[in-house]
Design a protein. Structure first.
Ligand SMILES: C[S@@+](CC[C@H](N)C(=O)[O-])C[C@H]1O[C@@H](n2cnc3c(N)ncnc32)[C@H](O)[C@@H]1O
Length: 454
């Protein structure tokens, strides 16, 4: 699965068509901006600011492993409790063992991210919020692995059939799947439609590292933790994830951000965005021109999913009609559209399952369009760590709030009551006597609930 055709890649950092084999540690290097890009378990890591982004994913993995170990400890402590029912005891034993084993398996699978030397404590991770917004954490789309490679046959077949239908019998040529996840759709279309080349791109190392093995014919064993387990033994199930057969050499995986895709202009005949456009952090109106750039004239963009946009700005949460207008304004002609119901993440071990009404469209590139400004994951002052951090008004406010938070937390010393703590805040002139009591009670209750959740 290595060895991209030399003529498709460009530098995600500066955009130059100047990537060349790198030296020792780096798989590729840009001859224009000199950025070096590593390969992680043989998969090129072609994202802007490669080392910084890799560092962020390593932190996330480290935090996840610590959290799982803590979960295992917490459940083991529950097992010490008296009067547990026999079935409850069996369930807790299953979970305690599975959490610990899951942490070990993830660490082994993701060993190419090398976290063995990490020293940060879980408290520091929590304070520095090393986790990402929920949409982009390591395990955000973890269930996709199980659906794609264990039990999702009905959904996988429906998805492949819907996409193949929109391709309408015309060969996909060079095909790019953006946000490919655990890659089952890319794999099924690759095997069924025989594109000249398939490139499956995603930003999530857990999904792509597991997928790489599966696609090479090396099954992976990972736990499934269903949302609503049917039976006791369904609370943690060690599943074997395997592909029907290994893929051929025209199938390539790459770590890449759809908003900074490391490909030259007009190199693909087909671009697929399955379940991506509504979860990505950018406006569809900024993504669509980028997809246009990747396609040859006449090339096709196939999109499908439920269009459940969740941007903070209501204006960006498009209806299907609005989304199709955005697509048309981005140089495309809509040449096919379907709407159908299909199962979504229907695990046989869970009572929780969804049916989704899925919309799909095919759009042909009719004109090139102006490109949005280069997407930057970080502000300019963070791209160069030597630059001064600006004292933004929000930072000033958060700093003050954090100092007060730390002060109130420091008053919890195993001696003081809620009334004592309120008294200190009044003495320090942080609030009036009549405000302090309710405020401290509400604060302590929230801290207590947070502590129980952690
Ligand atoms: C809802 S999942 C869909 C996965 C897969 N397409 C499927 O249909 O099962 C969204 C995927 O997009 C990926 N993703 C999110 N933001 C991305 C970005 N900026 N560039 C590339 N992939 C991204 C996530 O890691 C995740 O695998």
């Amino acid at each position: 699965m290595t060895g991209f055709p030399a003529d498709i890649l460009s530098c995600p950092q500066c955009g130059a068509e100047a990537l060349a084999p790198g030296d020792g540690a780096s798989a590729l290097a840009c001859k224009a901006c000199t950025t070096r890009f590593p390969a992680i378990d043989g998969i090129p890591w072609l994202v802007a600011d490669p080392e910084a982004i890799l560092g962020e994913w390593r932190d996330r993995l480290h935090r996840l492993v610590l959290e799982l170990q803590k979960d295992a400890e917490r459940v083991r402590a529950e097992l010490e409790g008296k009067g547990l029912r026999t079935a409850t005891r069996s369930r807790l034993k299953l979970l305690a063992g599975a959490y610990g084993d899951h942490a070990r398996r993830l660490q082994a699978l993701l060993s190419p991210l090398s976290i063995a030397d990490k020293q940060i404590a879980l408290e520091t991770h929590l304070a520095l919020r090393t986790g990402l917004p929920p949409g982009q954490d390591l395990t955000s789309y973890y269930v996709n692995l199980h659906r794609d490679w264990v039990w999702g046959e009905e959904e996988n077949e429906s998805s492949a059939a819907l996409n193949a239908d929109l391709l309408a019998g015309k060969p996909p040529g060079r095909m790019l799947v953006l946000g490919a996840g655990a890659c089952r759709l890319a794999y099924d279309l690759h095997r069924g439609l025989h594109p000249e080349l398939t490139v499956a791109a995603d930003i999530n190392p857990l999904l792509l590292l597991a997928t790489r093995r599966i696609l090479c014919g090396e099954p992976v064993s990972l736990y499934e933790f269903p949302i609503a387990p049917r039976r006791l033994e369904d609370h943690a199930i060690l599943r074997r994830l395997a592909a029907p057969e290994a893929v051929d050499g025209n199938f390539h995986l790459v770590f890449a951000d759809a908003l900074q895709a490391p490909f030259r202009e007009g190199r693909f005949d087909t671009v697929l965005t399955p379940w991506l456009v509504d979860i990505i952090s950018a406006d569809l109106a900024a993504l669509a021109p980028r997809i246009n750039r990747l396609l040859k004239p006449g090339g096709r963009w196939i999109n499908f999913g439920s269009l459940a946009f969740s941007h903070r700005e209501a204006a960006l949460c498009y209806t299907l009609e609005e989304a199709l207008e955005v697509v048309a304004d981005s140089g495309f002609e809509c040449i096919g559209q379907r709407e159908t119901s299909m199962p979504y993440m229907r695990s046989p071990a869970s009572r929780h399952a969804r049916m989704e009404s899925v919309v799909a469209f095919a759009a042909a590139k009719r004109a090139a369009v102006a490109q949005p400004m280069a997407h930057r994951h970080m502000p300019e002052w963070l791209q160069d760590e030597g630059q001064v951090v600006p004292l933004l008004p929000q930072f000033r406010m958060t700093a003050a709030a954090t100092r007060i938070h730390a002060f109130v937390m420091s008053l919890i010393d195993g001696q003081r009551s809620a009334r004592d703590i309120a008294g200190v805040l009044v003495a320090q002139r942080l609030m009036m006597a009549e405000e302090a009591g309710p405020a401290v009670r509400a604060f302590l209750l929230r801290m207590y609930e947070d502590a129980r959740q952690q």
